[in-house]
Design a protein around this ligand. Structure first.
Ligand code: HEC
Ligand code: HEC
Length: 449
């Protein structure tokens, strides 16, 4: 009798300890998650999802033929991306030297804008995270540098094979066999050079966003030695070109990897890097919610195009110079000219989404819970998108309230690299304020006189 009691109480103690012992519970969760990750990965190995280190110039995808990665290029690109002093071709004088690439790709906003739409030339103000940027009075809407889609993040862009929401840049990937389309849009002649998409897009980007590399930039600000260090092998006549500026920026952008996100540390073996809730959310992402069917590449994006029937940017009522007629609303169809591609948009990467509250190509959602609900309910919100275009996979998921909360936590914090400041320079060579340098932004950003 006594013996039994003792055995029973020992068993009780053991069990009580077990349930209290979180490590045991997490190990089960870790094991399920590892299994799910291996299974969900296109290589059957969870290591597929590990992003390279930012100085791993052999592993980071790059255009080895035209623009091999070097430290000197990354250093130059890291300055030019923020340099408001190259904003030298504004539509109006008031815009001179007031904007940069980072006006629309704000680092603290996850390299997206801090508002529904990116505004560079013709914009004024910043706020804390880009949320207060608006139209400069001197500009008419059509004179502003704004687009009819929300800027994509440039995080993890090394893994994007065809850039923009409709994938129009790049001669490889999904654009093989679409060469005739490069004739239709003069901006796309650049694809004929055979550069990687990122290099092509950034050459075009310096044009579109009204930027110049001039003697003033090279000699007054002091960029000439940086070009010499990065492009010393190029003849002096071509060394200081806009193409090389774009190449340097491309090299820098390729190093913008969210390799310090909790999910990344977890994949690399730090099992406590994610909370149990984030792990449960990851499990939902890689199993029941089927997110990985589409968000499957290393950056959790993919080079495929689908219609989810989300609203366009004009439908927010908050965007400049866009409308129901904006060709960008057609997504991949705008590029291909094929009806079958209409309303289909590229699958974007999913890191640091919590840094700015605007989601989908038309900024139609303002919280990640809303995004998860949208996928869970699978009811297209945009009446302009014909039913037959909507992705077959866009079906109600029947997730439980707990699964929704967990999945949201995974997106919000599990996939958030908390240290993106490491990618931002202390200052740019001109000494000007950045990412914007208009008088209101100077005040907002606390820049000197
Ligand atoms: C006025 C706002 C604005 C400015 C300034 C701007 N961008 Fe963008 N960027 C966008 C928008 C909008 C998109 C998406 C365009 C589309 O899908 O058609 C984009 C897309 C990109 C992409 C593609 C990302 C992907 O995953 O496909 C890259 C790369 C990029 N920008 C780099 C730059 C660089 C480099 C500069 C400076 C030369 C720059 N951007 C300046 C608004 C801007
Ligand atoms: C059928 C393929 C597909 C599936 C499945 C899918 N997505 Fe997406 N996802 C996309 C596409 C395409 C977009 C861009 C749509 C647009 O803006 O028009 C997108 C956009 C997003 C965005 C917005 C990112 C941004 O930068 O605005 C988030 C967040 C997201 N998906 C999360 C998820 C989650 C979570 C799941 C699983 C519940 C999921 N996705 C399932 C294709 C898919």
């Amino acid at each position: 009798m006594r013996k039994h009691l003792l055995a029973a109480s020992m068993l009780y103690l053991l069990l009580a300890n077990c349930t209290k012992d979180k490590i045991h519970v997490e190990t089960t969760l870790d094991r399920s998650l590892t299994q799910a990750l291996n299974k969900a990965s296109i290589t059957n190995d969870k290591n597929h999802f590990i992003l390279p280190e930012s100085d791993d110039f052999t592993t980071i995808p790059q255009d080895k033929t035209h623009n091999p990665l070097t430290k000197a290029k990354v250093e130059l690109g890291k300055l030019l991306f923020y340099e408001t002093g190259i904003a030298l071709s504004p539509t109006k004088n008031a815009g001179q030297k007031t904007y940069s690439c980072a006006s629309c790709h704000v680092p603290s906003a996850g390299f997206r804008p801090g508002s529904v739409q990116g505004i560079a030339d013709g914009g004024i103000g910043f706020g804390v995270n880009g949320e207060n940027r608006s139209k400069l009075a001197a500009y008419r809407e059509e004179e502003m540098d704004v687009q009819g889609v929300r800027p994509l993040s440039v995080l993890n862009v090394a893994f994007v094979e065809n850039t923009t929401w409709n994938g129009r840049f790049g001669s490889a990937g999904v654009n093989i066999g679409t060469e005739d389309r490069w004739e239709v849009d003069p901006a796309l002649h650049i694809n004929e050079a055979g550069f990687a998409a990122l290099e092509s897009q950034n050459i075009e980007g310096l044009e579109v966003h009204r930027m110049e590399i001039t003697e003033e930039v090279l000699d007054n600000y002091g960029y000439r030695p940086y070009f010499d260090a990065a492009f010393g092998k190029t003849g002096v006549a071509e060394r200081y070109s806009k193409t090389n500026a774009a190449f340097a920026i491309s090299a820098y952008l390729r190093t913008l990897l969210t390799n310090e996100a909790p999910f990344q540390s977890y994949l690399k073996g730090e099992l406590n890097a994610m909370t149990p809730q984030e792990k449960r959310g990851a499990l939902v992402f890689f199993t029941d919610a089927k997110c990985f069917h589409c968000h499957k590449e290393k950056n959790l994006g993919a080079n495929d195009f689908y219609a989810l029937g989300v609203n366009d940017l004009y439908q927010t009522g908050l965007a400049f110079n866009t409308s129901a007629e904006d060709q960008r609303n057609l997504g991949r169809g705008e590029y291909s000219g094929q009806e079958i591609d209409n309303y289909k948009f590229k699958i974007p990467q999913l890191y640091n989404l919590a840094d700015a509250p605007f989601y989908f190509h038309g900024s139609s959602k303002t919280t990640l819970t809303e995004v998860v609900d949208y996928f869970n309910e699978a009811i297209p919100e945009n009446p302009n998108v014909p039913k037959e275009q909507i992705a077959r996979q866009f079906q109600p998921l029947q997730l439980t309230p707990q699964q929704i909360v967990d999945l949201t936590a995974f997106l919000e914090t599990g996939l958030r690299d908390p240290n993106l400041e490491r990618y931002v320079p202390e200052q740019v060579l001109s000494g000007f304020c950045f990412p914007n340098n208009d008088i209101f932004s100077q005040l907002d950003l606390g820049c000197g006189e």
